[in-house]
Write a protein that binds this ligand. Structure first.
Ligand SMILES: [Zn+2]
Length: 138
C-alpha cells in the first residue's frame, strides 16, 4: 500500500468515527474555594462540590482526610482541614475523587451513586448507562 493510499484510509476512518456527545463535556469538576486560617485550611464551597458529585460533604471529607492523613471536620457549607494546604493540592484530590468515585468510566457521565459492597469495596452504579463496577473503598 502506498503512503497516499494509507492516508486516504486514515481519513476515511476518522470521518466514520461518530462525534463525541456534547453533553458529556459540559460537566466541570468544581475548583476548591480555599481560606487558610492559621494552621487550618477551609474549603468554603464544600456543599457545592458535594452537590455536583451527588455525594454527602462528609463522604468526600472522609476521602480528603484519608488522602492527606489529617483530621477534617465538616460543618454547614464548609470543610475544615487541620493543616495547611494550597488549592492545587486539594484540587488534585477532588479531581481524583471525581474520576474514581463519581464519573462513570464507561460513559464519562457523573450520574452515579456508590453502593457499599463490603470487603473494602464500593460498587459504582451509573444511572445514565447502567454500568456498575467495583472500586476500592476508602
Ligand atoms: Zn455510565
Amino acid at each position: 500500500m502506498s503512503d497516499e493510499e494509507y492516508m486516504k484510509l486514515l481519513d476515511r476512518a476518522f470521518e466514520s468515527k461518530p462525534a463525541m456527545a456534547a453533553s458529556t463535556s459540559d460537566f466541570v469538576i468544581p475548583k476548591v474555594d480555599l481560606l487558610v486560617q492559621g494552621n487550618k485550611t477551609i474549603i468554603r464551597n464544600m456543599t457545592a462540590i458535594a452537590d455536583k458529585a451527588r455525594r454527602k460533604p462528609d463522604d468526600i471529607g472522609r476521602y480528603i482526610s484519608k488522602e492527606l492523613s489529617v483530621p477534617i471536620s465538616v460543618d454547614d457549607q464548609r470543610l475544615t482541614v487541620n493543616s495547611k494546604f494550597n488549592a492545587a493540592d486539594l484540587d488534585k484530590i477532588i479531581n481524583r475523587y471525581f474520576s474514581t468515585y463519581v464519573i462513570c468510566k464507561e460513559c464519562s457521565k457523573p450520574d452515579t451513586r456508590l453502593d457499599s459492597s463490603g470487603r473494602g469495596m464500593f460498587t459504582l452504579v451509573c444511572e445514565a448507562c447502567g454500568a456498575h463496577y467495583k472500586v476500592k473503598s476508602y
